[in-house]
Write a protein that binds this ligand. Structure first.
Ligand code: T1G
Length: 699
């Protein structure tokens, strides 16, 4: 059963019990209405309490039911809420820990609400490309006031119960319990106290007006427009709350419903729901049982106090874990610590970090020049120079000093983690943790599983990743893992487009219109053109047959490495990030094109986007087929969270599925016929060919 029914004196208690977060799935909804009927039929019962077992009151509608017909099966959520609201006896919601989405809408249908302090309260539907679809846009403004309700609905962010209870005139919470522990008893007391109160107070009967009316909502739309660029749901939230101030409750609910159903069908919501599920699926490793015992990680060591090492250390300090930072020389150590301090001070100045929190984090940081001081750490992450000889020295030392069972992680972004593991006598304890710069900001973490990496090491690092609020994706060992392998092909194709007639700005603008945060040339300028130059040089010797445009090399030979040198594909003014097109670079591209005997042709935005995005898709199909990535949704997570692929398109794999793999293959075959492109480049991955032949897709 996913809800329990008990009677305590004159109070019936319905306890939701649908782990992990009491998602309001079909069985739970039925259990609630059964409980309501039972309570109303029992003359000894004078009041009803609804509460949640486990770690949440309710996390909302059961996301796992989305896209199935279960969500609509009666009693659907709206019917359950109406059954509560129209009950003949008072219903009290006793709320703790998490009250979100449909869970909050359920509580709003109750006649009274008591919450424990510290409960996270939200209507986060907008983060799934939706708006609240069970009366939330009509009841929350009535309970909380139009402006605070609109802010909550448009942001989707959680607010603590005690903060909401302080809002003047709010009718959301009748009481905040003294503590989470006293919630049940206080809810019973409240239920007994109001058992005979009539009429039953219903949120839907409360007035809902805004003094400035249209003027306020126009202002709200202007504010939201910036956030709504690729996400229509936010503006629909404004429309629905405005409807609450203009229409009857029934008409407002119909208006909400119509918009909810439309948004549910939108590609943006499909993409965001896909990413929500994909992010959680990424932490599950097929052959690593969910109950694998974890190694206890209480303290860490980081080798290398450079940009990466410092950023990596900050992640753990932020999570309250002590870090010992090791460098070879005192001045490097001092410089590294100074950068960490500067980063925190900048956050304090912006009001993003409290002074006491900053000091607490710095107190967790210690440093040393000696490997011997690291032996007590439960996990060590090296972020030293990206050269195998240097890694070998580091891992020889770590193998010598680290205590048995310590996890030895490398932050390498290109080197072979199997080789690195074999520098030690304990390859089972070695794993790759590929952070993305800036390491304390970028959410993506590629967890590289070497051949010998133990299962409990994998389970442990996935759990640590969640603790430091990273989105972890497991990658096998190959050159470039998942993201860098894909972006290399993307960069090659971008070079071919220049040779055929495009300017850097034209290519960038086309993909930025598609939704990428940055086009390939602006992104290369940001990362440093010398980084990809070094990889190309290595590739030229490893794979001489692989075709590249030479323009990027010509640019680097001029020392135009990008933002860090003030000039790359574009020019940059100190302190500003604007990419200013440079006529000499455009001329250099044209001269190089001429030297190839190529007559430039006009290439449309669609072709630019297809060639760049499908280059990602084809390489991803190889990655999937080789088992470097376990599932297509992992690749979507990697590329959205690490490389700026537009979230409203769900990732390269979901986007390819929505275009249709047949059409992707057709386009690739067309590109292969282009004599100026590289036919070999467009040889389709066998997996892609097979899926098309079988009429299947990636996800
Ligand atoms: N339904 C089903 N499962 C859910 C769920 C939900 N609403 N929320 C989380 N889970 C699962 C999640 O997949 C994972 O499963 C486990 O719980 C732990 O999640 C009509 C239509 C609640 C704050 O958007 O924000 O109501 O991987 O790792 O960090 O208007 O989950 O273990 O198998 O995130 O402690 C609106 C989304 C739905 C809330 C808990 N509700 N969830 O965070 O754990 S739409 C949401 C969250 C709606 C109505 C509309 C968080 C959390 P597994 P977790 P966490």
């Amino acid at each position: 059963m996913t809800a329990h029914y008990t009677v305590n004196g004159i109070v019936a208690v319905i306890t939701l019990d649908n782990p992990p977060v009491n998602g309001l799935g079909m069985a739970t909804r039925l259990a609630i209405t059964d409980g309501l009927q039972q309570a109303q039929a029992d003359s000894a019962v004078k009041a009803i309490v609804i509460t949640g077992a486990g770690k949440a009151f309710s996390g909302g509608a059961d996301i796992k039911e989305f896209g199935t017909d279960k969500a609509a099966v009666e009693p659907n959520l709206r019917s359950v809420i109406l059954a509560i609201e129209n009950a003949s006896k008072p219903v009290v919601a006793a709320i703790h820990s998490v009250c979100m989405g449909g869970g909050l809408e359920l509580a709003l249908g109750c006649h009274y609400r008591i919450a424990a302090p510290g409960c996270s309260v939200a209507l986060p539907e907008v983060k799934l490309g939706l708006l609240p679809g069970a009366g939330g846009t009509q009841r929350l403004p009535r309970a909380l006031g139009v402006e605070p309700a609109l802010n909550m609905i448009v942001s989707g962010e959680a607010i603590k119960s005690e903060m909401l209870a302080m809002l003047p005139g709010q009718k959301l919470f009748d009481k905040i319990s003294a503590s989470a522990d006293s919630l049940a008893a206080e809810a019973l007391t409240l239920a007994q106290a109001i058992a005979d109160t009539r009429p039953l107070p219903r949120v839907r009967d409360l007035p809902c007006k805004h003094p400035q009316g249209d003027g306020y909502f126009q202002f709200a739309r202007n504010m939201v427009k910036g956030m709504a660029k690729n996400f229509p749901a936010r503006l629909k939230c404004v429309d629905a709350v405005q409807a609450a101030t203009q229409k009857s409750f029934e008409d407002g609910v119909l208006f909400e419903r119509e918009n909810f159903v439309n948004l549910m069908l939108s590609p943006e919501s499909r993409a965001l729901r896909h990413l929500f599920a994909a992010e959680r699926a990424a932490s599950k490793i097929k052959d690593v049982p969910a109950d694998t015992p974890l190694r206890d990680i209480k303290s860490l060591a980081v080798i290398g106090a450079g940009t990466m090492g410092g950023g990596i250390a900050m992640n753990f300090l932020n999570a309250g874990l002590p870090v010992k930072l090791l460098e070879m020389k005192q001045d490097a150590l001092d410089r590294g610590i100074a950068i960490i301090r500067k980063n925190y001070e900048a956050q304090v100045k912006k009001g993003k970090l409290k002074q006491d929190k900053y000091e607490q984090r710095m107190s967790l940081l210690s440093s040393t020049l000696s490997y011997a001081d690291l032996s007590a750490a439960d996990m060590v992450i090296e972020a030293v120079f990206e050269e195998m000889g240097v890694k070998e020295k580091v891992f020889n030392e770590l193998d010598r000093v680290m205590k048995p069972g310590a996890i030895l992680a490398t932050n390498t972004s290109t080197l072979d983690v199997n080789k690195i593991a074999n520098f030690t006598q304990r390859p089972q304890d070695v794993v790759g943790l590929h952070f993305f710069s800036p390491a304390n900001v970028m959410k993506l973490l590629e967890v590289v599983r070497a051949d010998m990496t133990a299962k409990d090491v994998m389970a442990t690092v996935m759990s640590v990743a969640k603790k430091i609020r990273k989105t972890a994706v497991v990658s096998g060992v190959c050159d470039g893992f998942i993201g860098n392998r894909m972006i290399e092909q993307y960069g090659r194709q971008a070079g071919f487009l220049l040779d055929e007639g495009c300017t850097p700005a034209q290519v960038d603008k086309a993909v930025e219109k598609f939704g990428f945060a940055m086009g390939p040339f602006r992104m290369s300028d940001l990362a440093g053109n010398d980084i990809s130059w070094a990889i190309r040089k290595r590739r030229y010797s490893e794979k001489p047959e692989m075709k590249y445009s030479k323009t990027a090399d010509l640019l680097c030979e001029q020392g135009r490495f990008g933002q860090k040198t003030g000039a790359g594909w574009y020019d940059y003014v100190a302190g500003k990030r604007d990419a200013i097109p440079n006529a000499d670079v455009v001329a250099m591209v044209a001269e190089h094109r001429q030297s190839l005997g190529i007559t430039p042709r006009k290439i449309g935005d669609d072709e630019i986007v297809q060639r760049l995005v499908f280059s990602l898709v084809n390489e991803a199909a190889h990655i999937l087929q080789e088992g470097i990535a376990a599932k297509a949704s992992d690749i979507d997570i990697a590329y959205v969270f690490g490389y700026g692929f537009p979230a409203h398109r769900g990732g390269p794999m979901l986007y390819a599925d929505q275009v249709g793999l047949f059409n992707v293959l057709q386009s690739m075959q067309r590109f292969a016929l282009n004599p100026l492109d590289d036919a070999d480049f467009w040889k389709p991955a066998p997996l892609l060919v097979r899926l098309v032949a079988e009429g299947k897709n990636f996800n």
